[in-house]
Write a protein that binds this ligand. Structure first.
Ligand SMILES: NC(=O)c1ccc[n+]([C@@H]2O[C@H](COP(=O)([O-])OP(=O)(O)OC[C@H]3O[C@@H](n4cnc5c(N)ncnc54)[C@H](O)[C@@H]3O)[C@@H](O)[C@H]2O)c1
Ligand SMILES: [Zn+2]
Length: 353
């Protein structure tokens, strides 16, 4: 088993092992003994894994565990559902000394974390991520959020989990496109900080190396989160490919998956850097090859001018310009501030390449 300690304000462990879901009760007991638990999950995950989790919790001696199954899908991450959960938790007499468990993908993790951080001014929660994206990315780092009709993740908190349990076996039931979303984030982690991870993804069968891939991604995320828990500096490196990726997502009216849009975003940035003579052309070749291996798209039908305008108007852009994430090589990244005009010229170069 891999155990990764994340040293944020209150430190916590991320445990990665095939089959750990069956031992969740024993692991949770080590960090939350004599605590009442409540589980939040979604309608796809519930029939697959809720029973195993509840069994394991009961075997470890936990009793009277309410579970709440939310509809699967991004629209579940809403203030309305947070409100509904506050009521359900209160009716189930969940008090300040209880602990929530998020069993599901990033949607359930973000919603449960948000509810945990605000209900009764904050109660502990545990993440049991069941998508690759949630295992390599969203379950670690303590960002929680719900969406508003005007945009994604616009209301949220920083609230670290007490424990994260990653069971790679749960990924066997994921639809292929959902799995590929997580691969795109793993490629991103390799590109920004871990060339060995990138090579592993490029040359090996990911299914036989899941524990190592997940662990390496979590180490990348841990390193930046420990330096910058509240996202004011280094943590931005995790946005590699995301500035343009979010623009693509927006342009596609959220009809294309996040990982696919991030792949397009990474390619656009690398292409522009190569065109500007800032990066070796082999980096672009390797990125294109790895995207092909995982059936991730490398371009989209939007023109770069439209995507640039979306970036400029993004609610999360500053008024001064864009802080882009660039590469020195695979595994080595940095933050580069651009004015909007400079960024426009940079993107134009990539388009002409
Ligand atoms: N907090 C963060 O730092 C952070 C980082 C990245 C992404 N996110 C958020 O994560 C969300 C996306 O996460 P996601 O891709 O996991 O989406 P998701 O939670 O919607 O899961 C994707 C789909 O897979 C299903 N599913 C989950 N586990 C399954 C399993 N083991 N077998 C079969 N089906 C399963 C879900 O029901 C859903 O239909 C977005 O809302 C995004 O904003 C948060
Ligand atoms: Zn992402």
């Amino acid at each position: 088993m891999n155990c990764i300690r994340v040293n944020t304000g209150i430190p916590y462990d991320v445990l990665i092992r095939r089959g750990i879901l069956r031992d969740a009760g024993a692991e949770i007991k080590k960090v939350k003994p004599n605590t009442r638990l409540a589980v939040i999950t979604d309608s796809n995950v519930s029939p697959l894994y809720l029973h195993t989790l509840l069994n394991s919790l009961e075997q470890a001696g936990y009793r009277d565990i309410p579970s709440f199954t939310m509809p699967a899908g991004e629209s579940t991450k809403s203030l309305e559902n947070a409100g509904l959960l506050y009521q359900l938790l209160s009716q189930a007499k969940i008090s300040r000394d209880c602990c929530l468990i998020a069993l599901g993908g990033g949607v359930i993790g973000d919603l449960t974390g948000f509810v945990a951080s605000t209900y009764l001014r904050g109660i502990p929660f545990i993440q049991i991520p069941t998508t690759l994206l949630a295992q390599v990315d969203s379950s670690v780092g303590g960002k929680t959020a719900v969406n508003l009709p005007t945009g994604k993740n616009l209301v949220g908190t920083f609230w670290q989990p007490s424990l994260v349990l990653c069971d790679p076996d749960t990924l066997s039931t994921l639809p292929e496109d959902v799995f590929a979303d997580g691969v795109a984030e793993a490629i991103k982690c390799g590109m920004i900080k871990d060339a060995v991870l990138f090579d592993l993804l490029a040359h090996q069968d990911p299914q036989t190396h899941l524990e190592e891939i997940i662990s390496r991604c979590i180490c990348v995320k841990r390193d930046v989160v420990e330096k910058d828990e509240h996202d004011t500096g280094d943590r931005m490196l995790l946005n590699f490919g995301h500035t343009m990726g979010h623009a693509v997502e927006n342009w596609m009216q959220y009809q294309q998956r996040h990982g696919q849009c991030v792949a397009v975003g990474m390619v656009m940035m690398v292409r522009a850097q190569v065109a500007a003579g800032m990066l070796a052309p082999t980096v672009l070749e390797k990125l294109l090859q790895i995207c092909q291996k995982y059936c991730l798209p490398v371009s989209c039908s939007a023109c770069w001018e439209d995507l640039f305008e979306i970036c400029r108007q993004d609610k999360k852009s500053t008024t001064k310009g864009i802080r882009a994430i660039l590469l020195r090589s695979i595994g080595d990244s940095y933050i580069q501030p651009f004015s909007f005009e400079e960024f426009k010229t940079f993107l134009r170069g990539g388009d002409q390449q």
